[in-house]
Design a protein around this ligand. Sequence first.
Ligand code: GDD
Length: 310
Amino acid sequence: MRVLVTGASGFVGTYLVMKLAERGHQVYACMRNRSNAFQEPVNNLFFDLSDESMLFDAMEIAKPEGVIHLAAQSEVRVAWADPMQTLITNAGHTVTLLKSIIKLSPYARVITVGSSEEYGWTGKLGAPLTEEDACLPQNPYATSKLAAGQLALQIASHNDLNLIHARPFNHFGPGQREGFVISDFASQIARIESLKAPPIIRIGNLSAERDFTDVRDVVDAYIKLLETETGRGVYNICSGKPIKIKEILDFFVLQSRLPIEIQSDPSKFRKSEVPLFVGSSNKLVQATGWKPIRDFENSLTETLDWWRRG
Ligand code: GDD
C-alpha cells in the first residue's frame, strides 16, 4: 500500500515508518527537517503542514492509499503555554490535511491520531473508557485533540472518507524525549548515574493513574487499523490496566545504580489534572485482533537503558 505518514520523524513516527517499510508498504515520510530523513526505500517529503501548497504537492506525489496523521503538538504543558498554536497545529492542520485528501486521495484509508485526554473528566469515574463515553477535556491539549477528532469525523462523514480516529492512551519507549513522565524519570536517573547531575530526582503528581502501552504496540495497532477494513469511527488503543505514577518511580528508583533522593517539584504539578485514565480496547481487539504484547516492566527497563546509552 502507498502510505503517507505525517510527523514521520517524531518518536512514534520513526517506529511507524520503519515497521510499515518492513511490512512492504511504500512509505512517504513527511517531516520538516531534512536532517531526519529516512534511508531508502522510504520516500522523504520535507515540508511544514502550515504550508498548504507544499502539502498538496506532497499528496500529489504520494497519491496515498493510506494516511496516518501523527504530526501534532503533544505536550500538555506546552499547550498551556500556547493554546492557540496547539489548536492550530492539532486541529487546524488536520482540517487542511483532510482538504488535500478529499481533493487528491479521496479513497485513502485515513487514520487521525487523537488522545485519551479527549475523555477528560469522564476518566475519573474509574470504569474503563469506551469510545461511547462522553468527552469532557480539561486542558488545551485535550481540547485541541477533541476538536481535531470531531472535525475529522464530521468532514469524513460529509465527504464519505474512509476515516478512523484513533485514541491512544499514554505510550512510551526508547527514543521518547523528555516532557513525558517515563522519559522525565528515566532521563534524570541516567544523568545521576553518569554523575552529570546531583542524586536528586524531581517529580510531579505521583497519585495520578494512567494506562500505558509500549510505543511498538501502539504502532502495531495503527498498522492493524490501516490494513484491516474495520468500520469507521473512533478506536481506543490502550492496555486496560491503570498504573499509578508512583509505581513507575518506585520501579526506576529500585533499578538505579546510585541512591537517589526524591524531591517534589511544584512546577511539575498541573492545576487541573484528571486523576485516572483507563481504557477499554475491546472495539479495536474485536475489529482487528490487536493485542499489546510488550511486558510493561521490560519496556521501562529498555527506556531507562536507552537514556543510559546517552
Ligand atoms: N511529564 C511529567 N513529568 N509528568 C509527571 C511527572 C513528571 O516529572 N511527575 C508526575 N507526572 C504525572 C502527570 O501529572 C500526569 O498525571 C502523568 O504523570 C502523565 O504525564 P505525561 O507523561 O506528561 O502524560 P499526559 O497524560 O499528560 O499526556 C500524554 O499522554 C496522552 C495520552 O493520554 C501525552 O503523551 C499526550 O501526547 C498523550 O496524548
